[in-house]
Design a protein around this ligand. Structure first.
Ligand SMILES: [Zn+2]
Length: 652
């Protein structure tokens, strides 16, 4: 057992912005929405609702700007006075010199900045009731890397502290310039994906503010609360937003205003396009009806049944396996082909991308729908810190996507022209070239490169969970994840909480596994080094016709540093098989058998439970009948699948 913990929170000092002004902080008053709690008309809050946002915003299509006002009610549940608040201004990442653009250059030296990628988010005023405008004294801070050109985090020093238990109501005006989509957000021809678009407060977490800059590889982290958002856009645009669409008003100036309400969520994103076709459907789960709305592009309408079947299938799997999807609505946005806005999750809304020629046996639309839906659980409800522990959302999403693909499509992500590749195989293949670059526990913005982030947070993390399932069994793993989900939904757990759920459910100490798989960079590689036999000469004369005795030996090697118990199946010429269990602590193990039948093969992990093994080609050997030349058992078929996996990874 190790004393190390798998989560090591990042902290940064407070008191960055030097501003003291006369002031007013609203005393805590009952909010009308809160007063309705439990009265039967309003469902009880599912989360602690730290923050409420009321946003009025207008999209100007020609200038690609969003002008908005925002009232934020922040409840101080920190147990101590707060003298300031940090805000994410993530659209400011799309500026030359920002940390995001620097990291993009690091990973893609060929990337050339173009002014069309410029985005910004300016706070043009910030007031508290009775206060002067604080906007001119706001300060940009760079808690992660000190890059003075990065303006993605703003510190607002309050004129007077918000005392523990009080709430503060801030009124902001902002202007957002949307970039042409370079990553996740912006516009692309007539399509708008408007995400990370309004000033959003950081999270007070583990005794400090947690409000990271925008990075190339990391995603997001925010408090739960309520959103009431009114969007004014040209009438011809179809709008998709988080939460529930409540009302639409058609204005005299050719615009319309659509009101949305979302509760117990931690973000709000929206999309707009005149070309969207709305496909409506519903699904009934353990907590009742969930209305489905998909905004599909005309050229992809033929794939709408595929999207729908995957989404309903995933809703069913997650409801049965982990717990209910409690929101009344889920919205899917199909983005233009090739858009960098594809495959992104937001509360109760996610984006997918496809191509118009997608073959039935190429299930990447299904895989993407299921992966992004699974983030409603692992990110949306179980709101882990995507910047500091990206593997908890991406790994759990990738793992549960592989499980749902198993349940819904026999596991196969690709079934084309006789070639087959499972979702789990594809995930394993995506990490095996980079098994040791970074531990899962490293914050996403501190990894070697974006390639490493993807290999580790998705492929390796899913392989870690599949391997844990191989150790504990599918049923125990499912119960552990259901426990983790039910215990931590609508909060911000860490991997210590995940470990605890696994240990409590299985009744086993698993820190040795997390130490290697999560904290460590140990490479997992077991191999059958040799399989051999010799005919034993009898020590005394035997009658003619007596069957000879053979001594068979199997030599196993642990080629990497990852120690894990493995099984090996040794097969003999008479059809008999022996299973051995090796704890893997030594670097090698030799098994020897004196039998009437000689060995023909040895196979490590015969039941395919160990997904972390980076090289399955060396997991088996067979003895050719007429000689001693041993060859690998798996051979060409597996190699072909690995090649197919590489091709698919490139396609994705
Ligand atoms: Zn994901």
């Amino acid at each position: 057992m190790s004393a190390a913990r798998c989560w090591r929170g990042q902290r940064w000092p407070l008191g960055v912005a030097p501003l003291v002004m006369a002031a007013s902080v609203a005393a805590s008053q009952p909010d009308p929405a809160w007063a309705l709690r439990g009265d039967g008309a309003q469902p009880a809050p599912l989360s602690d609702r730290i923050v409420d946002y009321e946003i009025d915003a207008r999209l100007d299509v020609p200038s690609r700007t969003v002008q908005g006002t925002e009232t934020i009610t922040y409840r101080n549940h920190t147990g101590q006075p707060l003298d300031g608040l940090p805000f994410h201004l993530y659209l400011q990442a799309f500026q030359p010199g920002s940390t995001f653009i620097r990291e993009l250059h690091r990973d893609s030296p060929a990337f050339v900045w173009n002014e069309k990628y410029r985005g910004s988010l300016e706070v043009t005023s910030l007031t508290l009731p009775g206060s002067a405008d604080l906007a001119k004294d706001l300060a940009y801070i760079q808690p992660d890397d000190g890059n003075p050109a990065d303006r993605t985090v703003l510190w607002a020093r309050l004129p007077r502290p918000v005392l523990a238990g009080q709430e503060v109501r801030l009124r902001l005006a902002f202007r957002a310039q949307l970039p042409e989509i370079l990553a996740r957000t912006g516009f692309e021809r007539g399509f708008f994906m408007v995400a990370q678009w309004f000033p959003k407060i950081g999270v007070w977490w583990h005794g400090a503010w947690n409000c990271h800059q925008y990075h190339r590889s990391s995603e997001f982290f925010s408090d739960f609360g309520t959103y009431r958002v009114r969007l004014t856009v040209p009438r011809d645009l179809r709008l998709a937003g988080s939460g529930e669409e409540e009302a639409t008003v058609f204005n005299r100036d050719g615009t319309k205003t659509v009101a949305y309400r979302a509760e117990d969520v931690h973000d709000f994103a929206w999309a707009a396009d005149p070309a969207f076709h709305a496909v409506e459907d519903s699904w009934t789960g353990s907590e009742g009806l969930v209305r489905i709305r998909m905004f599909v592009r005309p050229e992809h309408l033929g794939q709408a049944p595929r999207f729908l079947a995957a989404l309903k299938g995933a809703l069913g799997c997650f409801d049965r396996w982990y717990g209910p999807y409690p929101y009344g609505r889920i919205t899917v946005v199909d983005v233009p082909a090739g858009s960098a806005a594809a495959g992104m999750e937001y509360p109760t809304l996610f984006t997918v991308g496809t191509k118009s020629w997608m073959l039935a046996g190429l299930r990447s639309p299904e895989l993407e729908v299921i992966h992004e839906f699974s983030h409603q659980y692992w990110y949306g409800m179980v709101a882990t810190n995507e910047i500091e522990e990206a593997w908890l959302d991406e790994g759990l999403a990738s793992y549960s996507t592989a499980k749902a693909m198993d349940a819904l499509y026999g596991g196969f992500f690709v079934e084309v022209a006789g070639g087959r590749l499972s979702a789990a195989d594809a995930l394993r293949l995506s990490y095996r070239g980079r098994p040791e670059t970074d531990p899962l526990s490293r914050p996403a913005y501190q990894v070697l490169s974006h390639d490493s982030y993807e290999a580790v947070s998705y492929g390796k993390a899913a392989s870690v969970l599949l391997t844990l399932e191989g150790l504990l069994g599918e049923e125990t793993t499912r119960r552990a994840l259901a426990t983790y989900f039910r215990r931590h939904r609508f909060t911000h757990p860490t991997c210590e909480d995940l470990l605890r759920a696994f240990e409590e459910t299985s009744g086993r100490d698993l820190r040795w596994f997390f130490d290697q798989a999560v904290l460590g960079t140990q490479v997992f590689d077991y191999a059958v080094e040799d399989v051999d036999w010799e005919k034993l000469e009898p020590s005394a004369p035997v009658p003619p016709g007596t069957a000879p005795t053979f001594r068979s030996t199997v030599l196993l090697r642990r080629k990497g540093d990852f120690v894990f118990p493995v099984e090996v199946e040794v097969r003999f010429a008479d059809g008999e098989a022996v299973r051995e269990r090796w704890d893997g602590r030594d670097r090698w193990a030799r098994y020897s058998y004196d039998r009437k039948s000689r060995v023909v093969s040895a196979q490590i992990d015969p039941d395919r439970r160990v997904w972390l093994d980076r090289d399955r080609l060396n997991d088996s050997r067979t003895v050719v009948a007429d000689g001693r030349a041993a060859r690998k058992l798996a051979g060409f078929g597996l190699l072909l699948r690995q090649l197919l996996g590489a091709v698919m990874a490139w396609l994705a």
